[in-house]
Design a protein around this ligand. Structure first.
Ligand SMILES: Nc1ncnc2c1ncn2[C@@H]1O[C@H](COP(=O)(O)OP(=O)(O)OP(=O)(O)O)[C@@H](O)[C@H]1O
Ligand code: SF4
Ligand SMILES: [Mg+2]
Length: 391
């Protein structure tokens, strides 16, 4: 079985997002269809373009808890990140790691029962202390969201054109005719053929890929500063997935928007994001420029995720991390990954590590033993089975 290299060819380690190394890195991963092993999409980092210097969103030490009959679900435990204009941040982690809840907090979409602490700052304004009306105005206009299943975000009884126009009219004074013209323009921008005619279609008359394009049109119709895309392509086949992500990147440049791309699949963020935040059990466990995180992982969980990406020569056999994430009500003492971690020692079972700088620039990890990954020629090899290790 081929595993991803921890150092790409022709690239010096430690390139920073804002430095030339990240922009010059010619290719990150190539993505292969697991069932056939056929290459479906070469991933390039260069097309992402440069990140602006203006910070649009800052999240500091965000925590979210949900009181339940069984106890407090600690869904998000101290997430911090910054997002600049035109920047794409990937948030990656297994199901239940807190990716959606942390983003719903930014959107002001959490249920009333949620206990939120920390700071969310949009262009210097404190989102959590805004009134509901202010949050509503921010939502959809300045911060937009793309969901995994467009059918849940679209109303099946209204035409696509009506829904797009409504999205404009709810935030801006303009005639219905002009709103429809804007809707048509957006459908054309996201690559829907015959956009004027398709304005009259209902969501069920669109294919899955077209619906997701229409969702992107809806997200950008008010020229947002931040687009949060929560698993936007998980329900689509690999080729359509690639097209949709490419379209999202084009749209980002057209609108100067920043994007948060949420996914459980580390392969999706390769080449599609400037920075990657890896989450585990509600906590950020690794954060850095995407190429650095990919080629120099400093947290065993990330290395395990990397080992489970299909690569050249694989024919459907993936190497998932064994075991399951912990309960967020009864978290174990120490590092929450310790029961699954091949590097765990006594200190791991006793003390939870915090996100701290590593040997590579602008790259933090929450691991007591990140130096062991730094010393290893292939960090993913810690997750090899005994028979693989003998090969
Ligand atoms: N309203 C709620 N009440 C109680 N627990 C909740 C609530 N919403 C989310 N949770 C819990 O918070 C945790 C984080 O959920 P979240 O939806 O953020 O996960 P995720 O990383 O987005 O996972 P997935 O990849 O499956 O979408 C989960 O354990 C989930 O069950
Ligand atoms: S702190 Fe210990 S258990 Fe946790 S990821 Fe690092 S080595 Fe593994
Ligand atoms: Mg989710």
């Amino acid at each position: 079985m081929t595993v991803p290299p921890t150092t790409p060819p022709n690239q010096t380690p430690g390139g920073s997002l804002y430095g030339p190394a990240a922009l010059e890195a010619p290719e990150l991963y190539e993505v292969y269809e697991p069932s056939t092993g056929a290459e479906v999409q070469p991933r390039h980092a260069a097309h992402l373009g440069e990140v602006g210097s203006t910070e649009v969103l800052r999240v500091d030490n965000l925590t979210v808890g949900f009181p339940t009959d069984d106890g407090l679900v600690q869904a998000v435990r101290g997430v911090s990140y910054r997002l600049h204009e035109r920047e794409v941040l990937g948030i990656v982690g297994e199901s239940g790691s807190g990716k959606s809840v942390s983003s719903m907090a930014v959107m002001g979409l959490l249920p009333k029962s949620a206990r939120i602490t920390g700071t969310i700052s949009f262009r210097g304004q404190d989102v959590l202390s805004m009134s509901k009306a202010q949050q509503r105005s921010l939502r959809g206009r300045k911060i937009a969201m793309i969901f995994q299943d467009p059918m849940t975000a679209m109303n099946p009884v209204y035409t696509i054109g009506f829904q797009l126009a409504e999205a404009v009219l709810s935030h801006e004074m303009m005639s219905k005719k002009n709103a429809m013209a804007r809707a048509e323009e957006m459908l054309a921008l996201v690559g829907i053929p015959q956009p004027k005619e398709r304005l009259n279609s209902y969501p069920h008359e669109f294919s899955g890929g077209m619906r997701q394009r229409a969702m992107i049109a809806m997200a950008v119709i008010n020229n947002p500063d931040v687009i949060i895309a929560d698993e936007p392509t998980t329900a689509l086949d690999v080729t359509v997935q690639a097209q949709i992500l490419e379209k999202l990147m084009e749209v980002k440049d057209a609108f100067n928007a920043a994007i948060i791309l949420i996914t459980h699949d580390l392969g999706v963020v390769a080449g599609m994001t400037h920075r990657t935040l890896v989450m585990y059990a509600g906590r950020p466990v690794e954060l850095g420029a995407t190429d650095t995180v990919f080629y120099h992982p400093r947290m065993p969980y990330t290395a395990g995720l990397l080992g489970s990406i299909p690569t050249a020569g694989d024919t459907g056999r993936l190497r998932p991390i064994t075991g399951a994430p912990p309960s967020l009500i009864n978290l174990p003492t120490g590092c929450p990954f310790s029961p699954r971690c091949p590097l765990a020692t006594d200190v791991c079972h006793e003390v939870e590590p915090t996100l701290a700088p590593t040997d590579t620039e602008d790259h933090d990890a929450a691991c007591h033993h990140w130096d062991q990954l730094a010393a290893a020629p292939d960090a993913t090899a810690f997750f090899h089975t005994e028979s693989e290790a003998r090969r």
